[in-house]
Design a protein around this ligand. Structure first.
Ligand SMILES: [Zn+2]
Length: 665
C-alpha cells in the first residue's frame, strides 16, 4: 500500500468516523484486507475492533456480510453505523411484515453496504436463496472464538462457516475476537486458512485496571460488597451467576442506601433497555447483573467491576473486567471469592453433557427413518421436537448433529419451512391479473394450494408439488417477489432440516461410544477450565501478568513491542500488594439428606416419568434431578414440582453421582 492509499484511509477515518488516528492494529488489519488477505484480529474489548470492518466495507465494491452471535451486539453496531451515515441493516427475528424484503431490496440495489446476520440465518432457505444471488466482498465473523471447540462459548453452528464461505465463493474473511488463547487462535486461523503473518494482535495489558481477589465466606459477602462499593466513586457493575441472586443483592444494596438495580435476561426487553438507559445516563450507580449485561454497553467511565460469584471462566473474567475504565482512568476490579458457588458453575457443564442413552436414541431414530424411507436415505428434523424426543438439550443436540456431520454420518442437504403463511394485501384477482398469462397460471396454482382462512392462508406444499413441473424454489421466489411488491405478507415457521444419511457410517458399532466420549472429553475440558480459574485466583505471582500469559499476549515474554513496558510485576494487583488469596468452602461438610429421603425422591421421579420414556431411568437422570438441573424430559413432565428436585443442589455433581451409586449397591 502506497502513501496515497494510506492517506485515503486516513481521510475516510476522519471524514466518516471523525477520528484523527488509528488505534493499534486497526491500520494493519484494514491494509491487509484491502490487499485481499484474510485476517484474524485480536483486540481487547472496547479498542475499536469493529472499525476494522466498518472502514474496509466502504472501500470494497460489494456487500460486507457480518456474522454476529448476539442481537444486542448487532443493534448496537447498526445504530453506530447509522450515526456515521453508513447504510447498514440486519436480517433477524425482530423484523416484522415486509421489513426483511425491504432490506434485501436495499442490498440488491447496492444501497446497503453492511448486512448483519446470525449464523443460524444461513440455514434459512429464503436467506440462502437471497445471499447466493448477490455478490459478497467480505465475510466478517464477530466473536470468532465461538468457532473453536477449545474456546469458551463454543457455538457448534460456527463450525459450518468455512463451508458456507466456500459455497458463497467469498474469498475475503475477517475474524474478530477479544480473547483467544494460543490454541484457540491457531484453531481459528486454520479453519479459514489465515496465514500467521495476517494475525493481528495488540496487547491487552491495561495499566489502569487494579485487580483484587478478596476471599470471603458466603455469609459475609453482602457486608463485604457493601463496604467495597461504599469506598468507590462513580458507576459500577456487580456480576452474579444466577438471576435470583441479582435481585436479592440489588435489594440488599438498596436497603443500605446504595443506588442499585438488578438486571438479567428474565426481564422483558423494555425493562432491560430502560435500565441500560438509566445506567448510561448516570441515574443508576450500580447494576447487579448476570452476564447478560455488558455486551454492547459502551460506557467509558465504569469505575469498578465486582464479581460477587466466581466468573464462568478466565475468558469471561477478562471480558467482564475489560468493561471497566475504558476512558483510561484508574478503575477497580474485585472478585469476592470462595469455593461455595463452584458446584453451580460445574453443574452448568454437567447439565450439557448428553447421556449415552440419549445419543443411542438419536442414532436409532435416524436408523428407523432410513429403514422407513428405504427408497432414499433422507432424514428430516425440527430441533425442538427432536430435543424433546431424545431428551437432549438444544445446544448439545446441535453440537451432536455437527459432530455427526463432521464424522460423515449425515450431510446437510437443505432446510425448509414446514409452514408458509400468506396474508393478502390486495384482492386475490387483482394480484393475479397484474401478471402475464404464464405467471398468472403459476400464481393461480399457488393460491389454489393455499387454504385461506379469515386473514391468513397456509400453503400446502405437498399438494402443490404433486405437479412435478413445479419446483419449490420457484414457488418461494414468486412469494418473495409478491412480498417485496407489498402484495402479500409472508410468514414462515417450522424450520425443518434435511440430511442425507450415509448408512455405512451410521452402522459403525463404535459410533455411539465415540460420540459419547467426545462429550465426556469436553466435559472434562470444561471442568478443568473451572479448576484453572480457581487456581488463577489463588496464584502467588502477579495476576495481571498471568492473565496476559493465559491469552498469549505477545507483549509479555516475546518482546515483540517494547512500547508496552509490561513487567513481570504489575504493581497494581492484590498479589503484587502481598495478598495471596486462599479460597475455602464455608462449610467443609455439607450435610446429605437421609438415604430414605433420597430413595423417596428416586421413587417419586420414577413414578412421575413412568411410561414417558422407553427405558429405565439412568443414574445420570437421578443425579440431574437431585442437583436441580433441567433436561427436556423434566421440563415437560413438571418434575420441578417434586420435593426431591434440587434436594442436593449444594453438593458437587460428582459427589451426588457417587452417593447414588452407593445407594444402589
Ligand atoms: Zn500484579
Amino acid at each position: 500500500m502506497n502513501n496515497q492509499q494510506k492517506n485515503t484511509l486516513k481521510g475516510s477515518l476522519l471524514q466518516t468516523f471523525g477520528f484523527d488516528n488509528f488505534r493499534p492494529g486497526q491500520e494493519q488489519t484494514i491494509t491487509q484486507l484491502l490487499n485481499g488477505q484474510s485476517s484474524l484480529s485480536i483486540f481487547p474489548t472496547g479498542s475499536g475492533k469493529s472499525l476494522c470492518y466498518q472502514l474496509t466495507a466502504l472501500h470494497l465494491p460489494h456487500l460486507t456480510l457480518v456474522v454476529s452471535p448476539l442481537l444486542a451486539l448487532m443493534k448496537d453496531q447498526l445504530s453506530f453505523l447509522a450515526s456515521k451515515g453508513i447504510k447498514a441493516a440486519s436480517i433477524d427475528s425482530t423484523l416484522k411484515g415486509n421489513e426483511a424484503q425491504t432490506v434485501m431490496a436495499g442490498v440488491r440495489d447496492g444501497d446497503i453496504k453492511v448486512l448483519m446476520v446470525s449464523v443460524e440465518r444461513f440455514k434459512n432457505e429464503r436467506f440462502r436463496q437471497f445471499i447466493e444471488s448477490v455478490p459478497v466482498s467480505m465475510l466478517v465473523v464477530d466473536e470468532a472464538h465461538c468457532i473453536s471447540e477449545w474456546g469458551h462459548n463454543f457455538r457448534p453452528d460456527y463450525l459450518k462457516l468455512p463451508s458456507y464461505c466456500q459455497a458463497l465463493k467469498i474469498s475475503l474473511v475477517l475474524l474478530l475476537t477479544a480473547t483467544a488463547t494460543r490454541k484457540v487462535k491457531q484453531d481459528m486461523a486454520a479453519k479459514f486458512a489465515i496465514r500467521d503473518e495476517h494475525i493481528v494482535q495488540t496487547g491487552f495489558y491495561r495499566q489502569n485496571l487494579d485487580l483484587s481477589v478478596l476471599p470471603v465466606a458466603e455469609s459475609h459477602k453482602n457486608g463485604q460488597l457493601e463496604q467495597v462499593i461504599k469506598a468507590q466513586q462513580g458507576p459500577g457493575i456487580v456480576y452474579v451467576t444466577l438471576q435470583h441472586t441479582a435481585e436479592k443483592v440489588a435489594q440488599y444494596l438498596t436497603q443500605q442506601g446504595i443506588n442499585a438495580c438488578a438486571y438479567h435476561a428474565g426481564f422483558d426487553s423494555d425493562t432491560r433497555s430502560q435500565i441500560q438507559q438509566d445506567f448510561m445516563a448516570g441515574k443508576i450507580q450500580v447494576i447487579v447483573a448476570t452476564i447478560a449485561f455488558g455486551m454492547g454497553i459502551d460506557k467509558s467511565d465504569i469505575r469498578f467491576v465486582i464479581h460477587y460469584d466466581l466468573p464462568k471462566s478466565i475468558e469471561n473474567y477478562s471480558q467482564e473486567i475489560g468493561r471497566a475504565g475504558r476512558d483510561g482512568r484508574p478503575s477497580q476490579c474485585f472478585t469476592l471469592a470462595n469455593l461455595d458457588g463452584l458446584n453451580t458453575v460445574e453443574n452448568f457443564v454437567y447439565g450439557d453433557t448428553p447421556e449415552y442413552a440419549g445419543i443411542e436414541m438419536l442414532l436409532n431414530t435416524i436408523k428407523d427413518e432410513v429403514v422407513t424411507n428405504s427408497y432414499d436415505s433422507k432424514w428430516e428434523l425440527q430441533i425442538l421436537q427432536l430435543s424433546n424426543a431424545v431428551n437432549i438439550k438444544q445446544l448439545p443436540l446441535k453440537t451432536l448433529l455437527v459432530q455427526l456431520e463432521l464424522a460423515g454420518v449425515i450431510e446437510p442437504q437443505y432446510a425448509y419451512f414446514a409452514d408458509f403463511k400468506i396474508k393478502l394485501l390486495k384482492p386475490k384477482d387483482e394480484i393475479i391479473n397484474s401478471f402475464n398469462d404464464q405467471r398468472k397460471d403459476f400464481l393461480q396454482r399457488i393460491f389454489n394450494a393455499t387454504d385461506f382462512k379469515k386473514i391468513w392462508g397456509s400453503l400446502n406444499f405437498d399438494t402443490l408439488l404433486q405437479d412435478k413441473s413445479i419446483e419449490r424454489n420457484r414457488v418461494i421466489a414468486a412469494l418473495e417477489y409478491l412480498a417485496e411488491q407489498q402484495l402479500i405478507v409472508l410468514e414462515t415457521k417450522g424450520m425443518t432440516e434435511v440430511f442425507k444419511v450415509n448408512a455405512n457410517e451410521l452402522a459403525d458399532p463404535s459410533l455411539c461410544s465415540s460420540l459419547s466420549n467426545y462429550f465426556k472429553d469436553n466435559e472434562e475440558k470444561e471442568i478443568k477450565r473451572i479448576a484453572t480459574l480457581v487456581r488463577f485466583f489463588q496464584l502467588d505471582t502477579c495476576l495481571t501478568v498471568n492473565l496476559a500469559r493465559y491469552f498469549d499476549d505477545p507483549y509479555f515474554d516475546g518482546n515483540v513491542n517494547t512500547n508496552h513496558n509490561a513487567v513481570p510485576q504489575c504493581g497494581h494487583c492484590s498479589v503484587c500488594r502481598g495478598q495471596v488469596a486462599v479460597l475455602e468452602h464455608s462449610q467443609t461438610q455439607i450435610p446429605w439428606p437421609s438415604d430414605e429421603a433420597l430413595k423417596q425422591g428416586m421413587t417419586e421421579l420414577a413414578d412421575r416419568l413412568a411410561g414417558k420414556i422407553n427405558q429405565p431411568l439412568s443414574l445420570e437422570s437421578y443425579c440431574r434431578f437431585f442437583a436441580g438441573m433441567t433436561v427436556p424430559l423434566f421440563g415437560r413432565n413438571k418434575v420441578r414440582q417434586l420435593s426431591g428436585f434440587g434436594l442436593c443442589e449444594q453438593q458437587r455433581y460428582q459427589a451426588i453421582r457417587e452417593k447414588l451409586a452407593s445407594l444402589n449397591n
